[in-house]
Write a protein that binds this ligand. Structure first.
Ligand code: ZN
Length: 312
């Protein structure tokens, strides 16, 4: 009996409260007017994102935890230094929509002692997770020039690289020299192919690229204006770890150290070539010692982007 009476009192109070809230809302709307901004506040507050009008801008499918810079329609402002650079659109999408493809000219950044750790030919299920772990431990951001054939099979690793805030570069689809270097057109098609694969995974695509085997001896003069007009930043290296010729971890470390000691002009922008592709377990073993040496010398570490100076 007592409980029933209490319930009735509570429910009456609740009804009065609800009526009061309703009345206040109607009064407020009447006072301020149900204009555009009121409607949009209501919509943003109460409607789930999926039921709202779809925006025309493409949306990244993966949200990185780390800062990165992503070009949208216009290429009006310069990407900030030392942040990985990506693009919401592929070159073909830019062309189809009449958007600019070429990047703005940027002054190269020369620091006191700056190292760019770069890893080619991955991602690879054995080596890339270990490289990522070493970089995490050392709080270093690096650059991964990924290969289309590997991107196809290792989507999760591509995401992981991106989410850790590293830069990603396009290392072509196939890496087969006799195909790639037949003509600039074929080379560009290979970059497009890999861009598509990366964009399917991340919702964005890279702007930096690296020619397998390097541009020297592979590119004819005709490759450079094509790459520039398509907006690719071709990235070489000036320190080779020599890990492509199957050295042991100590040899790989010594290769890096001896080249840096022999040429201190490189210290302002030491772009170090390594591989995280298949069969490069020795590179993984050498990496902590290479990082230790660079840290002891006072190097800071940057990701490759539009401000990275030419290697030579
Ligand atoms: Zn390669």
């Amino acid at each position: 009996m007592f409980n029933n009476a209490r319930c009735q009192v509570i429910s009456r109070i609740s009804i009065i409260c609800l009526l009061f809230i309703l009345f206040s809302t109607v009064a407020a709307l009447g006072f301020y007017g149900l204009n555009e901004s009121t409607l949009s506040i209501i919509k943003d507050t109460f409607l789930p994102a999926s039921t709202q009008e779809s925006k025309t801008e493409p949306v990244e499918s993966v949200r990185p935890d780390q800062p990165r810079y992503c070009l949208s329609e216009k290429i009006a402002d310069l990407p900030p230094n030392d942040i990985a650079l990506f693009d919401m659109f592929t070159v073909q999408e830019r062309k189809a929509q009449g958007l600019p493809t070429a990047l703005l000219e940027v002054d190269p950044f020369y620091g006191d002692k700056v190292a760019y750790l770069t890893f080619d030919d991955g991602p690879n299920k054995d080596n890339t997770p270990l490289v990522l772990e070493i970089l995490r431990k050392n709080k270093i951001k690096a650059t991964f020039f990924v290969l289309g054939t590997q991107v196809e099979n290792n989507a999760e690793l591509v995401k992981e690289i991106y989410q850790d805030g590293h830069a990603i570069g396009n290392h072509t689809y196939s890496h087969v020299y006799r195909e790639l270097y037949q003509s600039p057109d074929i080379y560009i098609q290979q970059l497009y192919h890999n861009d598509e694969l990366i964009k399917k995974i991340l919702g964005v695509r890279p702007r930096i690229s690296r020619a397998p085997g390097g541009s020297a001896g592979n590119f004819t003069k005709a490759y450079w204006p094509r790459l520039k007009s398509e907006g690719y930043i071709e990235v070489g290296w000036n320190v080779s770890s020599g890990d492509a010729s199957a050295g042991k971890a100590n040899d790989i470390r010594d290769n890096v150290i001896s080249q840096l000691e022999a040429n201190k002009a490189l210290w302002s922008h030491a772009i170090i070539l390594m591989h995280d592709g298949s069969g490069h377990g020795e590179t993984v073993k050498a990496l902590p010692a290479i990082i230790q040496y660079l840290k002891e010398q006072g190097f800071t570490f940057r990701v490759v982007n539009a401000q990275t100076p030419p290697a030579w």
